[in-house]
Design a protein around this ligand. Sequence first.
Ligand code: SAM
Length: 309
Amino acid sequence: MTSHAHAHAAHAHDHTHTHTHTHAHQESVGSTPGADPDDGPAEILDLDAELFAAHLTSVTDRIADLATGAVTHVVDLGAGTGTGTFALLARFPAARVTAVDSSAAMLARLAGAARAKGLGDRVRTLEADAGAGLPGIEDADLVWASASLHHLDDPARALAGIRDALRPGGLLAVAELDGMPRFLPDDAVTDGPGLEARCREALSALHAERLPHMGADWGVLLAAAGLTVEQERTDRFELRAPLPAGTGRYAHLVLDRVRGAVDGLVSAADLTALDTLLDGGAQDVRHRDDLVVRSVRQTWLARRPEVRP
Ligand SMILES: C[S@@+](CC[C@H](N)C(=O)[O-])C[C@H]1O[C@@H](n2cnc3c(N)ncnc32)[C@H](O)[C@@H]1O
């Protein structure tokens, strides 16, 4: 993977929790799909942020509880559209964020959103391979890596770079999810029992090949990198109606990508069942009012020791 860095001024402990949440009706996040090839994934990230906003707040609250000293420099590693960047700017009013991503399109979108929110002067974007270290950064109070570490070629090398970017006593927050969320209620008839489970199984095989670090035990890897794991937590979500207005769109975007990925890996009957969830008809996920969003999200909060062990 290339190691390039372009800066752009952009104006534990083991706990398992189960949540059954409901959401007040909200407008979907405004986005402009279609203008850029990265818009599909970007819109998925924005809709995910909307659906799991309460979870994000709970994680940033836990970070604030653990933080020692002021949080003035945050690094958002694999920042995407800025879900973590904006949540952390809100949670830590004295902070500025360096948003790192290997995708120029994601960073351009993030920088635009920062300007639109009047936060441009608190966000710097850095186009770089997060796996290749964070040269020039050694004062971070907090590094946030959400759904990004599993993309990196060599997690041990990446974590060494993150450790060196943190000030002594600084925190690393890692968030990962168990693959694609599920959307269908248990008694959904059109999909045939177990459709989503079979798709997830097929995707797991693909991920094992293409994203071998997905599902890694990050607690072990963090400790091996010389970080002290202070919290490790698993949250199991089952979000039911009323759900935010963008939920159907989110399910459609995700299942459409799944449909593309599992073509040839699941049976023709399963592909047909997936099509009925996407084709604009009565069973389409954008029209159903019975979606149940299931997702398992893990977080690890670790600290760079004051004195290296
Ligand atoms: C699943 S998205 C997560 C985005 C965001 N952290 C969130 O939670 O919404 C993964 C992000 O990591 C970025 N990424 C993938 N490989 C990377 C690498 N080697 N260096 C930096 N960013 C990378 C992708 O471009 C994408 O924006």
